[in-house]
Design a protein around this ligand. Structure first.
Ligand code: NAD
Length: 476
């Protein structure tokens, strides 16, 4: 596998020599070297994106969509290679990385298919006027990405932005840049014109901030932490450009006594161990009706006992993707223990090398503990009890975040009643999490604003223009 990578600008790998290292979290050994871009690299990438804009935005939407569908096919044809790259930079187990490559293809397929649906409306103003609206692309869009699902999150922003006729400069996480660098070339080979998708690698300060500040970047979509989202928000506010912010979560997963407890236990386990808990939609706060608390904990303890780490056969749990995040998870677990939380930990032996954390369920947690309020981003779930539906809803909403929520119940009435009162952008009922490309996705409160996924995201990558035309009464 190629170990040294440079930026992808104007349809070719170009620019700085490799200066930053990525690590394979399964071994903690260096996996790739990538280029450390700066403001000048951003200038070059934006110039190429601006140059490519006229041709791309005026390409008939059906033809634009056809290119994106071809990109989806090329991603599938390269699935083994893409998965191998993603595994070397994230350590994800094989089925997880293959599933992520498949979802990456689905984003291009979905947005390629609906590209011709970006249309306006006619607005009746009486016989003296003809008025209509159209949806136009912004122009050059900057897309800044995190490290936890590098390919799917890139595709989630890039595919609708391109479908709507924008061109893109993307900045992947400095910990996981290679997958997107490979994807950009694959997209070019599938027919995406040079300059339509550019990838600049480097740190947030050196590349991300200049990208948001660049005068020719007309919209930014950011996925990542609250802290970086706030920093980007300040720059965007000064420039008065629109932002999509997809930030963190501290999502409640509510189990009512009438739920199927086996299914709820399975969903709760997946909710906090998928990708070793490094998903923004992790169901990290389990809220359980008191009468079934002990029964559910018993089922979860049995599931903890069955946890295995990946040992080369591709199956089992993977590691934490960065050393810094591994240290943070460990320090949050220590703080929780000091504050009186009781840890139920998967007994499976940890692999000798790499940054692995045993899935941990924390009981005897109180709502004021940091571990119940802050995002851990590791395989850690807190458990709290409630007695009434109203109490469950209040506890679920007792967070600054509002990304997703889960609820488990046999009652349709309760499902609708509770879903309506939850402050979150997505509510999953009797499943956790639900993963689709077709439904819109985004946060309430400090989980962000704007929406990705679904047809709604297309509208977030366009601005509407209204044309009002006076019709003369005189017949010549
Ligand atoms: P992060 O905020 O540290 O980094 C995200 C990206 O922003 C990286 O590319 C980084 O280089 C860049 N960046 C950092 N500081 C910047 C700055 N000042 N200006 C411009 N760019 C900057 O986030 P992370 O640690 O990579 O990812 C984990 C976080 O992402 C978690 O909080 C998680 O919940 C969140 N996340 C949210 C979603 C969602 O859809 N809501 C999805 C995945 C991850």
């Amino acid at each position: 596998m190629q170990s040294t990578w440079s930026h992808f600008i104007g349809g070719a790998y170009t620019g700085d020599t490799a200066a930053l290292h990525e690590y394979d979290p399964r071994s903690a050994a260096v996996s790739f070297a990538i280029a450390a871009g700066d403001a000048a690299t951003v200038d070059a990438a934006v110039a190429h994106a601006k140059q490519a804009l006229a041709g791309w935005r005026t390409t008939k939407p059906l033809a634009r969509g056809r290119v994106l569908v071809a990109v989806a096919a090329a991603i599938r044809a390269n699935a083994a290679r893409m998965s191998a790259i993603e595994r070397a930079e994230t350590g994800k187990p094989l089925p997880v990385s293959l599933a992520e490559v498949e979802v990456t293809a689905q984003y291009f397929e979905f947005y390629g298919g609906i590209a011709p649906l970006v249309h306006g409306e006619s607005i009746p103003l009486g016989p003296d006027y003809h008025s209509y609206s159209i949806r136009e692309p912004f122009g050059v869009v900057g897309i800044i990405l995190p490290w936890n699902s590098p390919l799917t999150q890139a595709a989630r922003g890039i595919a609708p932005a391109l479908a709507a006729g924008n061109t893109v400069v993307a900045k992947p996480s400095e910990f996981t840049s290679v997958g997107l660098l490979a994807l950009a070339a694959i997209a070019g080979e599938a027919g995406l014109p040079a300059g339509v998708l550019n990838v600049v690698t480097g740190t947030g300060e050196a590349v991300g901030a200049p990208l948001v500040a660049h005068p020719d970047v007309r919209k930014v979509a950011f996925t990542g932490s609250l802290r970086a989202g706030q920093a980007i928000g300040h720059i965007a506010a000064d420039r008065v450009i629109p932002l999509t912010l997809e930030l963190g979560g501290k999502s409640p997963n509510i189990v009512f006594a009438d739920a199927d407890l086996d299914k709820a236990a399975a969903g709760a386990m997946t909710g906090f161990t998928l990708n070793s808990g490094q998903i923004c939609v992790a169901g990290s706060r389990l809220l359980v009706e008191a009468s079934v608390h002990d029964a559910l904990i018993e089922k979860l303890t049995a599931r903890l006992g069955a946890v295995r780490f990946e040992t080369g056969d591709g199956h089992g749990l993977g590691p934490i993707i960065t050393r810094a995040q591994y240290d943070r998870v460990q320090s949050m677990l220590r703080a929780a223990a000091e504050q009186g939380a009781c840890a139920l930990t998967a007994p499976a032996p940890l692999p000798d090398a790499g940054w692995y954390v045993a899935p941990t369920i924390l009981v005897d947690v109180t709502p004021s503990m940091a571990v119940a309020r802050e995002e851990v981003f590791g395989p850690v779930m807190t458990v709290m009890r409630f007695d009434t539906e109203a109490q469950a809803i209040a506890m679920a909403n007792d967070t600054n975040y509002g990304l997703v929520a889960g609820l488990w119940t046999a009652s349709l009435d309760r499902a609708h009643r509770v879903a309506a009162q939850i402050e979150a952008g997505q509510v999953f009922v009797n499943e956790f999490p639900s993963g689709t490309v077709e439904t819109s996705f985004g946060g309430f409160k400090q989980s962000g604003y704007g929406r990705e996924k679904g047809i709604e995201a297309l509208h977030h990558y366009t601005q509407s223009k209204t044309v009002i035309m006076r019709i003369a009464k005189d017949v010549p």
